[in-house]
Design a protein around this ligand. Structure first.
Ligand code: ATP
Ligand code: MG
Length: 583
């Protein structure tokens, strides 16, 4: 372990040059903030998504896209997909993605790679721990950022998955320290994505439930985040290592390999030859990216096998058909995260699509179908003002870095800036009862469920038209989903709805990916709406003789220990009623 440097005193706040870093298994990005706006930095190759890969050729070190290209000709001396191994025991890692590059092995309870990183045919190999690999890679990122900014970068905020444990965090901090980089703070990837959106000048910081679907290359992570008064609380997370960009590459690899075999019977299966497979993989990924932009894409590999070139094309509809199982996997991840949070799709105000795979239009299109119209789906294909999903996390990290750069290291953890995540929160909503036009009691939420405490909210309740007594009843409320089943309808030709649904299923089996339609039979779908249920009463107060047209102000304070203080007074009036109760 190279944790040398970890104990060196960090730079003093005034001397810092700070950036945000997102460090993924597949790609990393660096970003900085200028005039309160975060920008992702292109490295010397012009890349903003920098593959998290190092490769050594004749003692020279390559990183990023150049290193990725060496996966074809120099796989043994190329180290890829290592971020998740930091701080982990060898027996706990999943080496699935390392079979086509340097293999992970065990050294002193940690993961290492043996590669030739020195010049000369006879040069000895080196065994580098995953921490050393991370240090070398981070050094390159910092180098690129320093060159761009024209001054040495000293410090960073780095994003990490929500399931990184303390050992993984410590290993990352130590690896950065060894690269002479102070980690001011580690923030969770989904919170960084939310920060990037909330920092936009036009953003209204309102109470909301946000689902962050971070769809990467080797993993997908979904988080349900409650944003209340500028504080973020993570309510539930789901992690998945099957449904991710890699699975989509595989769909295309298999598709084109089969086409090649059909065209050249006897040439062999290119997937069985490591070099051919590496070529297929690189080309499949670029075809996949092209299909996010256009409705057609080409696929071409020189000398795929036995000197045979291969060229073909695919259209988006075909791709969406063959990749359908993977796309459906993404839907399930999102649905299961919402369920885990005890919520319903109707509770979700925004879905932020983050990570490279989130560029795929079909995925955002499917989410559009799952959620009600009132939910904003923030992806390039569904929302013209969406931020590039590949840049969200780095931008969020850069914004956080610029916010905390003035703090002394020991004060950062206490900083009240928005990165705080798991804070105490109330489960039910708190609100008042008011009378509907039909005289029914209805619940009006004031403090939404999942609000981080302490919290304080104030509302005005109107007095009766001609003035008089106002009775304020403060209660807890929770939502449930009211389902109204459609009336069974008989079609003109006598077919019932059930028969119609069967028809639709058959169409789906034909594999037409475009039939995720939401217009057909819409009026026959069951209606689902969120309704409030009145829970226990917390306080009641009567304000006598309120003036005509007057208002009563109700303030609800929820303390950190979850006790509630309710204050009511006539607006413009003196005094008031104050009650304290404990939860
Ligand atoms: P992980 O840690 O999950 O491996 P990451 O966070 O390092 O991933 P990201 O850059 O978020 O990496 O995601 C990489 C994945 O996104 C790759 O599978 C890549 O092919 C895919 N991807 C990148 N751009 C696009 C695009 N425009 N359309 C579709 N997929 C894309
Ligand atoms: Mg990621």
């Amino acid at each position: 372990m190279s944790d040398n440097g970890a104990s060196k005193p960090g730079p003093t706040p005034g001397d810092r040059t700070v950036i945000g870093i997102t460090f993924g298994n597949s790609n990393s990005s660096i970003a900085y903030t200028v005039d309160d706006k975060a920008e992702v930095i292109a490295n010397e190759d012009g890349d903003r998504q920098i593959p998290t890969i190092l490769s050594y050729v004749d003692g020279d070190e390559y990183y990023g896209q150049q290193a990725k290209n060496f996966l074809v000709r120099n796989p043994k001396n190329t180290v890829a997909y290592f971020r998740d191994f930091l701080g982990k025991e060898f027996k706990l890692i999943d080496p699935t993605h390392n079979h086509a590059s340097a293999h992970p092995q065990e050294t002193d309870d940690t993961v290492s790679f043996t590669i030739k990183d020195k010049e000369g045919e006879e040069a000895e190999t080196s065994t580098l721990t995953v921490s050393e690999v991370a240090t070398r890679y981070l050094r390159r990122l910092v180098g690129a950022a320093s060159e761009y900014l024209g001054k040495k970068v000293t410090s960073a905020v780095i994003t990490i998955p929500t399931n990184f444990n303390d050992k993984q965090k410590a290993a990352l901090i130590a690896a950065a320290a060894a690269a002479d980089l102070e980690v001011m703070q580690l923030i969770s990837e989904p919170v960084a994505a939310v920060l990037a959106y909330d920092a936009r000048p036009e953003a209204q910081i309102e109470d909301k439930i946000v689902v962050v679907a971070d769809l990467g290359g080797t993993r997908s992570d979904v988080a349900v985040v409650a944003s209340r008064g500028g504080m973020y609380t993570i309510l539930a997370t789901v992690h998945d290592y099957e449904f991710a960009g890699f699975a989509l590459d595989k769909v295309l690899i298999d598709h084109f390999a089969k086409e090649f075999i059909k065209k050249h019977p006897g040439a062999g299966d290119p997937r069985e030859n490591p070099r051919s497979l590496a070529k297929l993989r690189l080309e499949a990924e670029s075809t996949k990216k092209a299909l996010s932009l256009g409705s057609n894409a080409s696929f071409s590999v020189e000398s795929l096998i036995n000197g045979l070139d291969f060229a073909s094309t695919i259209n988006r509809l075909r791709y969406e058909t063959i990749a359908r199982t993977v796309f459906e996997g993404f839907n399930r991840l999102v649905e299961s995260a919402i369920k885990k949070a005890g919520l319903d799709v109707l509770d979700v105000d925004e879905v932020i699509l983050s990570g490279g795979t989130a560029h795929t239009p079909r995925i955002a299109g499917n989410f559009r179908y799952i959620f009600p119209q009132s939910t904003r789906i923030l992806a390039p294909s569904t929302e013209p003002t969406a931020i590039n999903p590949s840049e969200l996390q780095a931008r969020g990290a850069a914004l956080q870095a610029s916010l905390i750069q003035e703090y002394e290291a020991e004060d950062i953890e206490q900083s009240t800036h928005a990165a705080v995540t798991t804070v105490p929160h109330i489960t039910n909503a708190i609100g008042v009862i008011s009378l509907s036009e039909s005289g029914e009691e209805v619940f009006v939420p004031i403090v939404p469920p999942e609000t981080a405490v302490p919290a304080r909210r104030t509302v005005h309740v109107a007095a009766p038209k001609d003035g008089g007594d106002v009775l304020v009843k403060v209660v807890e409320g929770n939502t449930h989903i009211k389902v109204t089943k459609p009336e069974p309808k008989v079609k003109e030709n006598g077919d019932s709805k059930a028969a119609k649904v069967e028809d639709a299923d058959e169409d789906e089996a034909d594999g037409d990916a475009s039939d995720f339609s939401d217009d057909e039979d819409e009026e026959e779908e069951e209606k689902r709406e969120k309704v409030w249920k009145i829970g226990s009463t917390l306080a009641e107060a009567a304000i006598r003789g309120v003036k005509k047209g007057g208002k009563v102000e109700v303030t609800i304070n929820v303390n950190a220990d979850l006790s509630v203080i309710v204050t009511t007074r006539e607006v413009g009036g003196k005094g008031g009623v104050r009650g304290t109760l404990s939860a």
